[in-house]
Write a protein of this length. Structure first.
Length: 367
């Protein structure tokens, strides 16, 4: 008989408590420090997720723990060290700032909500932040992943973590979940404006590469919409920028293992562009809402080296959306849509309304 996990300790129920609405802004995660032990802990949690690696556990976990983690953790730690900032992990810094700004932007529109950020792997965990919402009296929570394109490897895994938390909770809040916003007009416009700002500051290259994170190619055949949603984002963004197929390429990065992943791969794409005579290339990563290891090191450093070594002369990595005001405004629109129908706005005081109506009648009588 399967064991049953104990329920979490609940905050005491209070009758008549005013409803609190929360938004949980969820990103992938990051190690706590750019060290081999910290990276190993992070990678173990990440690569143990069956959503991420769809290999039978009996075959995968011994390989992961015995071979991959001992070899990969020190190498990955060196990469993290190359992009670490005095404030910490770039992904953590940007994600926390986005959450704070989102709460402020929603507040300016009259939404009284509390926004917290969480990481699918590492800290702060989704479970801990949902517990914090419960302690604050949140009765409605919108889960908003930082992944514009839906994938079972990312978006669905966030749902798994929320479901695992819910399975151990006695008094569940209302839960809503944003699946995707890959074609949201505000998101596309924010991407375009970021690229246009970069062009104004650094000049415009001959070719734009839009690099998305890769996933195994078999996921497309198994029904995952990620590949199609990446291409739709790319098409909409290229059209918004006035680019044709000859001057813009969609590619996929971060391949892991020997299996075939979504193609074309980013690094060979950059090398091929240089070899055919493209001297200046710009690379943007629309699928990443925050700069992180994959954008700063893999694209910003490794991609640069690959392009220049193949004969290119000028390589520009476009920053991610990060805290750009047009992006936070778009995120505010996405969140507000998800909140529709929930009492997240200030409710007018009944006595004040009565006084206002009486005053209006009085003014009408004396006019």
């Amino acid at each position: 008989m399967a064991s049953v996990l104990p329920f979490r300790k609940e905050p005491p129920f209070t009758h008549g408590q005013a409803p609190v609405t929360g938004i949980l802004w969820c990103n992938l995660g990051t190690p706590e420090a750019p060290t081999a032990p910290a990276v190993r802990r992070y990678l173990k949690e990440f690569l143990s997720d069956p959503r991420v690696v769809e290999i039978p556990r009996a075959a995968w976990l011994p390989l992961l723990n015995g071979v991959i983690l001992p070899l990969r953790a020190p190498k990955s730690a060196a990469k993290y060290a190359s992009i670490w900032t005095p404030e910490g992990s770039p992904l953590m810094v940007h994600t926390a700032r986005q959450a704070s700004m989102l709460q402020g932007y929603l507040g300016e529109r009259g939404h009284r909500v509390r926004v917290r950020h969480a990481m699918r792997y590492g800290s702060p965990s989704i479970a801990d932040e949902l517990d914090a919402f419960k302690a604050e009296g949140a009765s409605r929570i919108l889960v908003l992943p930082a992944y514009p394109q839906y994938s079972g490897t990312t978006t669905a895994s966030v749902f798994d973590a929320v479901a695992q938390w819910a399975a151990r909770s006695r008094n569940l809040p209302e839960l809503r979940f944003v699946n995707r916003y890959h074609d949201h007009p505000g998101y596309i416009d924010a991407l375009a404006r970021g690229i246009e700002r970069h062009w104004r500051d650094h000049g415009r290259g001959e070719h734009l590469v839009l690099s998305f994170h890769g996933v195994p190619a078999r996921t497309l055949a198994l029904g995952d919409p990620y590949h199609c949603e990446c291409h739709k984002t790319g098409r909409l963004l290229a059209a918004r920028l006035g680019l044709d197929a000859a001057s813009c390429t969609i590619s996929f990065q971060s391949r892991f293992g020997r299996a075939k992943w979504l193609e074309p791969y980013t690094e060979p794409t950059l090398q091929a562009l240089a070899r055919r005579g493209v001297r200046r290339v710009d690379v943007a990563c629309p699928g990443f809402t925050s700069d992180c290891l994959e954008t700063l090191e893999e694209i910003g450093m490794e991609g640069r080296h690959a392009f220049l070594a193949a004969g290119g002369t000028d390589y520009q990595a476009v920053p991610c959306l990060n805290e750009a005001s047009d992006w936070i405004a778009a995120l505010c629109d996405i969140a507000a849509h998800g909140l529709a129908g929930w009492p997240s706005r200030d409710q007018p005081d009944a006595a004040a309304l009565t006084r206002s109506r009486d005053a209006a009648r009085s003014l009408g009588a004396t006019a």
